[in-house]
Design a protein around this ligand. Structure first.
Ligand code: MG
Length: 163
């Protein structure tokens, strides 16, 4: 069995007039994340972790913000494309773990819905997807509600007999 680990990080600015999308679901809040796509920081961090595990670059390489076709893109669709790339290279996801850093809103009531959404998007059992939420105790940009950040790690496996 071959194993590879990858990590990803993302942060987006919070602004009024945008929906807040995290883990593929819309979360009721007075502001949302600014970005070229739907600015789903959690999904973006997970994509970078998956790409990083196989040294495949980062999401900016595959989905450049300068490309109009990704404007307003549903990040779950991008995640599916990254997953396809990994499967084509003969790897599969063993598990993902992640942390969202947000002062507000309270994310705990939405964690299982996010996990379910990502589970179905990746065709991966829910207990292989960790999603945690924390505040930044009022410190720095996330703590001052200027943005929301996410960190993710992913472990990929490859059955040697299939090489
Ligand atoms: Mg991003």
């Amino acid at each position: 069995m071959n194993i590879r680990i990858g990590n990803g990080y993302d942060i987006h600015r919070l602004v009024t007039g945008r929906p807040l999308i995290l883990g593929g679901i819309e979360i009721p809040h007075s502001s949302g994340l600014l970005g070229h796509s739907d600015a789903d920081v959690l999904t973006h961090a997970i994509m970078d972790a998956l790409l990083g595990a196989l040294s495949l670059g980062d999401i900016g390489h595959y989905f450049p913000p300068t490309d109009p076709q990704w404007e307003g893109a549903n990040s779950l669709v991008l995640l599916q494309q990254v997953h396809k790339l990994i499967l084509e290279k003969g790897w599969q996801i063993n598990n993902i773990d992640s942390v969202i850093v947000a002062e507000k809103p309270k994310l705990k009531p939405h964690i299982l819905t996010m996990r379910d959404k990502l589970s179905r998007t990746l065709n991966l059992e829910p207990d292989r997807i960790g999603i945690k939420a924390t505040t930044n105790e009022g410190l720095d940009a996330t703590g001052k509600e200027e943005g929301i950040a996410a960190y993710a790690v992913a472990l990929l496996i490859q059955d040697k007999s299939e090489e």
